[in-house]
Design a binder for this molecule. Structure first.
Ligand code: GLP
Length: 241
């Protein structure tokens, strides 16, 4: 595993944007696996900036997102559809029919998950998967205890994740309790993985995930088994590593 230590959140974001840009420049029709959360926000802003300066072209890029809340429509400001439009897609020249996010409005979980799995396969797999890290070691919405061999599936969110994500909703009751998420198997099948982590709050889980045993109790620990992982983390997040 390649560990890159960044000075702070901004530096982490610029380094991550550099890696994503390199992927697009080397393979203009690449498939990017994208993530939501606060971790990738500034990396996305940097990519938008470079696109606007004419340094990046997304016209042949496809993207697949890790996850979506079950029951939230794309118009809901807390949905990951909305997040991706607002923080990336609306500002770059990626084709709208080349961006794929699990369909939170499909009530049939099996159907929603199969559709996402089929898309990933049809695209020929993911070239570069961007990941954030949940406080309890989750990746996407793969919570502790999840079976490693799953592809996209429907999950019940843990109390700690619901609590952590409640900061984006006006009340705890509004936070969805289920999500469709790419599974560990889908993530592990990506050719390259780029994880970004920032802040002291994540220091313990970074150490557990990358220095501890590989166990479903810490979903991100499986990344130790992937042949091409780059962790870009700031000094605070690496303070226990
Ligand atoms: C959510 C997302 C994850 C993300 C995690 C961490 O639960 N489903 O994909 O990595 O939060 O979020 P943040 O980057 O805001 O710490």
């Amino acid at each position: 595993m390649n560990v890159i230590c960044a000075k702070n959140y901004e530096d982490m974001s610029r380094k991550a944007a550099n890696i994503i840009s390199a992927q697009i420049i080397m393979k203009p029709d690449c498939v990017l696996g994208l993530a939501t959360g606060s971790s990738p926000l500034s990396a996305y802003a940097t990519l938008i900036d470079w696109y606007q300066k004419g340094d990046l072209d997304f016209s042949k890029v496809s993207s697949v997102n890790l996850d979506e809340y079950r029951g939230l429509s794309p118009e809901n400001e807390q949905s990951y559809h909305y997040f991706m439009q607002k923080h990336l897609f609306d500002h770059i020249n990626i084709r709208p029919d080349h961006t794929y996010i699990p369909d939170g409005m499909e009530p049939d979980a099996k159907k929603a998950c199969k559709k996402h799995n089929d898309i990933i396969k049809k695209l020929g797999g993911i070239d570069l998967q961007l990941l954030g890290l949940g406080l309890n070691g989750h990746i996407g919405f793969n919570e502790p205890g999840i079976a490693f061999e799953k592809e996209t599936h429907c999950v019940d969110l843990t109390e700690s994740t619901i609590a952590a994500n409640s900061r984006f909703f006006s009340s705890m009751e509004e936070v969805p309790t289920q999500a469709y998420t790419m599974g560990i198997k889908s993530i592990m099948m990506a050719k390259k993985i780029l994880m970004i982590v920032s802040g002291e709050k994540k220091a313990d889980i970074v150490a557990k995930a990358f220095l501890g045993p590989v166990t479903p109790a810490v979903p991100a620990s499986i990344l130790q088994m992937h042949p091409d992982v780059t962790l870009v983390a700031d000094e605070a997040a690496l303070s226990a590593y």
